[in-house]
Design a protein around this ligand. Structure first.
Ligand code: ADP
Length: 791
């Protein structure tokens, strides 16, 4: 295109073409639409002269009529190429940018804009290393952009590669990128080529980041789409294969069946959602996968657990009272408490939180059978779980499904058997729960028992919360001491202390004998057990606080009789006192006073063990030696300490007792408590040990019909002890006549049945001296001493 030559830095006069939507760069070719009147005239003028015009962008693209102020200062000289006239009077032209021009003055506004412009020459740049590096960096960035971008053709990059001048390169890249008008004008107005290229490099870096991000998003979307398509495809394929193999019908039928069962099971929302998810997983799983059976078992659990089914409570108090009376002898306090509980429940209806009852007492006193009666009275299901020896939290709360063979914990396993959400749930032996590295089961139990938490009990296997709040929990224990305090606080403890002989007799007559007859297939008229026989069973064949062994012995007799009946042998219709050994062999316990005669160095004490109260005899022997004390018979720490205290008391009172002081240095003392297999502990054998010891030291025999209990202090005071009722019952059971006990325990005798009180004489003491006065006879110098005395 021809162009009028001007000399350097000489201003030139040119018609101005104001453009709204583009910025023309030097060397670039661009199509322009010309529509405005003044622009058309400027075009005419340029065509009339040398086809040269200056293209200047206007500051505000939306402005229709412009003044000189509305134009940017830097524009581009353009050579006009092809011109196309449109039917609507507008014109489309093709222009090629030449060089930058700076608008110095607007000479006229009408009929077209004309200005005086100064050419901007770009001095040939010296290619410094820096500049070279910049150019290469820009080119590299541009190459990446071209590769990532969909709109940049590869040709532009090739063109850019062949440009040598930094300013030109910047212009080329700026014109090819999709920049906004301000950015383009900014590049155009940056006259220094190096600076312009730097700007481009910043723009390119940003552009690249955007492009990379776009690409990433795009590929993610693509992946997702691909995955879905792939899954769909595979599933279809699998169906086809299964169809070929004839499996499809079975599997789809099973899925349908499962869905139906889930919808019928009335699951709460969370469980229902979980079940549906699992069914979904199952549907796409190959039949042979080991996961299939895991999911099936899991779904089976979800479906079979009771979620809403409930039995209506029978709150008829008088009927409940009758049920309890029919099943249980005695225990008035316990029965009263149960009926109160039902009464409150009847008044409060739904709002009430179930209290957690805890039955405490020795084995065989009827804790379990009481629980059963409560469920019967309320019309609820009865469940029982033994917690004895549990050390692993997972036993309560289950294993996560990731474990092979995982199952829910015992609580939910038991609930499944119940089939209703409001059974009576008995937690047996809650005092025997242990703790070790496998977690603390009692913390899981806390969650089971705490009314604040147990509406959403979490089992590791089940994964969805389970509501235990409607369950009536009853715990049982032998002792309270080993139950963690947090757990103990949540329970209302009801004590069942054990029975006396008369009570046992009544229980045997009214409940145990009829029950055993029935269990062994005998009619009531086929066998009668006389009172005398029962009494003998109680005294000579059992020694317990409850009636479990008694029931077992009655069962033994019934079985033997049943066999005789079946074998057609003659059998006694009546079991008398004398006939008992024929059935059960020789007696197992000597009833009555433990000792045959008044002995030196042996005293009878009453202590408390986990099977209830029990009598013990403490033996002391003295041997020549160096003053050593030996203790045997599985004594606990506290009991050992009481032995030490007893010894110190005896030493400190040696003078008063008539024992020479040097005896203690020359004698070894051995204290033994027989029945060594049963662990014994507690301070209540203190005065017994002191009595036996002093008897041995002073050669005074102990009166055989006396038993005693009480803690001893170093100064010889007798302190009160716990579990008195149990101990009195045990002394009574053993046939003791005189019972020495701490004065401070006198008040506890109110709990002891009158029958027992009548048969025992109680001596209340405060000082050890009183014990000795009552228990020891005078010394027997004539008899050869059983133990060495001091010389
Ligand atoms: P625990 O759970 O305290 O060890 P169980 O409930 O197993 O005791 O009782 C043992 C047996 O003694 C059961 O057959 C029970 O029916 C019977 N039994 C215990 N106490 C009584 C009682 N007061 N009346 C009737 N039967 C009783």
């Amino acid at each position: 295109m021809p162009r009028k030559r001007t000399r350097r830095n000489e201003p030139i006069e040119l018609p101005i073409l104001a453009v709204r939507d583009t910025v023309l760069f030097p060397h670039m070719v661009a199509p322009l639409f010309v529509a405005r009147d003044r622009s058309l005239r400027a075009l005419d003028e340029a065509m009339a002269r040398d086809r040269t015009i200056v293209v200047i962008a206007q500051k505000d693209p939306s402005q229709q009529e412009i003044t000189p102020d509305d134009l940017h200062a830097i524009g581009t000289e353009a050579a006009i190429g092809r011109i196309l006239k449109m039917p609507d009077g507008t014109v489309s032209i093709l222009v090629q940018g030449q060089r930058r021009l700076q608008l110095t003055e607007v000479l006229q506004e009408d009929p077209y804009l004309k200005g005086l412009l100064l050419p901007v020459y770009e001095a040939a740049q010296k290619k410094t290393l820096q500049l070279e590096a910049l150019m290469r960096a820009v080119l590299a960035l541009f190459e990446k952009c071209v590769k990532l971008s969909k709109s940049l053709p590869e040709d532009v990059y090739i063109a850019a590669m062949n440009v040598d001048e930094p300013g030109w390169l910047a212009d080329l890249i700026a014109s090819s990128l999709d920049l906004n008008l301000d950015q383009r004008q900014d590049v155009l107005a940056t006259l220094d080529p190096t600076k312009r290229l730097q700007k481009i490099s910043i723009i390119l870096a940003k552009e690249l980041e955007v492009l990379e991000l776009q690409n990433k998003i795009h590929s993610q979307v693509q992946q997702e789409v691909d995955k879905n398509q792939r899954e769909f495809f595979l599933r279809e394929q699998m169906k086809a294969i299964q169809k070929e193999l004839g499996d499809l019908d079975v599997q789809t039928r099973e899925m349908e069946e499962l869905k139906k069962r889930v919808s019928e099971a009335n699951l709460p929302e969370a469980a229902c959602k979980k079940a549906e998810e699992e069914i979904q997983r199952l549907a796409i799983m190959p039949q042979a996968s080991p996961e299939v059976s895991v999911i099936r078992t899991y779904l089976d659990w979800l479906i079979k657990l009771p979620w809403t089914a409930e039995t209506p409570d029978n709150l008829d108090i008088s009927q409940a009272a009758r049920t309890l009376e029919e099943n249980h002898y005695g225990l008035p306090k316990v029965k009263e408490r149960i009926l109160e509980f039902m009464a409150v429940r009847r008044l409060a209806k739904e709002k009430l939180r179930s209290p957690i009852l805890c039955f405490m007492g020795p084995p065989g006193v009827g804790k379990t059978s009481l629980g059963r009666s409560i469920s019967q009275a309320l019309g609820r299901k009865f469940l029982r779980v033994s917690l004895g020896g549990i050390r692993d939290e997972a036993e309560i709360r289950g294993h996560r499904r990731t474990y092979v063979g995982a199952l829910p914990g015992r609580v939910l396993q038991t609930m499944r058997n119940a089939g209703t959400i409001n059974p009576v749930f008995m937690l047996d032996e809650i005092d025997k729960v242990g703790t070790d590295f496998r977690g603390d089961p009692s913390s899981a139990l806390l969650e089971v028992l705490d009314p604040e938490q147990n509406f959403s009990f979490s089992d590791h296997y089940l994964e969805v919360p389970y509501d235990l709040s409607k369950v009536l929990f009853i715990a049982t224990c032998n002792i309270l001491d080993t139950i963690p305090p947090a757990l103990r606080d949540r329970m209302e403890v009801i004590e069942l202390p054990g029975y006396i002989e008369v009570e046992k007799l009544h229980i045997a007559e009214r409940f145990l004998v009829p029950k055993q007859l029935q269990e062994n297939g005998l009619g009531p008229d086929q066998l009668r057990v006389t009172r005398g026989a029962l009494m003998r069973l109680i005294r000579e064949y059992t020694r317990e606080a409850g009636v479990r062994n008694l029931e077992r012995e009655i069962g033994n007799i019934c079985r033997k009789v049943a066999r005789q009946v079946v074998e057609g042998k003659r059998h006694p219709g009546r079991i008398t006192e004398r006939a008992v050994p024929d059935f059960l062999g020789p007696l197992k316990f000597y009833w009555g006073i433990a000792e045959e005669k008044d002995e030196i160095g042996t005293a009878t004490g009453v202590v408390w063990t986990w099977v209830g109260g029990d009598t013990i005899s403490v033996e002391v022997t003295l041997m020549k030696g160096k003053g050593q004390l030996t203790l045997t018979g599985q004594l606990g720490d506290v009991m050992k300490e009481s032995a030490q205290a007893a010894l110190s008391y005896a030493r400190s009172r040696a003078d008063q007792l008539g024992v020479k002081a040097n005896v203690f240095e020359k004698t070894d003392i051995h204290i033994h408590v027989p029945a060594g297999a049963i662990p014994k502990d507690g301070p209540s054998a203190g005065i017994t040990m002191a009595t036996a010891l002093i008897s041995a030291l002073t050669n005074r025999p102990v009166r055989r019909e006396v038993a005693m209990t009480g803690e001893i202090t170093l100064r010889g005071r007798v302190l009160p002890i716990g579990g008195l009722k149990e101990k009195v019952l045990a002394a009574h059971r053993a046939g003791i006549k005189t019972f020495v006990l701490p004065r401070k325990n006198q008040k506890d005798l109110v709990d002891v049945p009158a029958d027992v009180k009548r048969e025992l004489s109680f001596i209340f003491v405060e000082e050890m001296e009183e014990v000795l006065n009552n228990a020891l006879l005078d010394s027997q110098p004539k008899e050869k001493p059983a133990t060495p005395r001091g010389d």
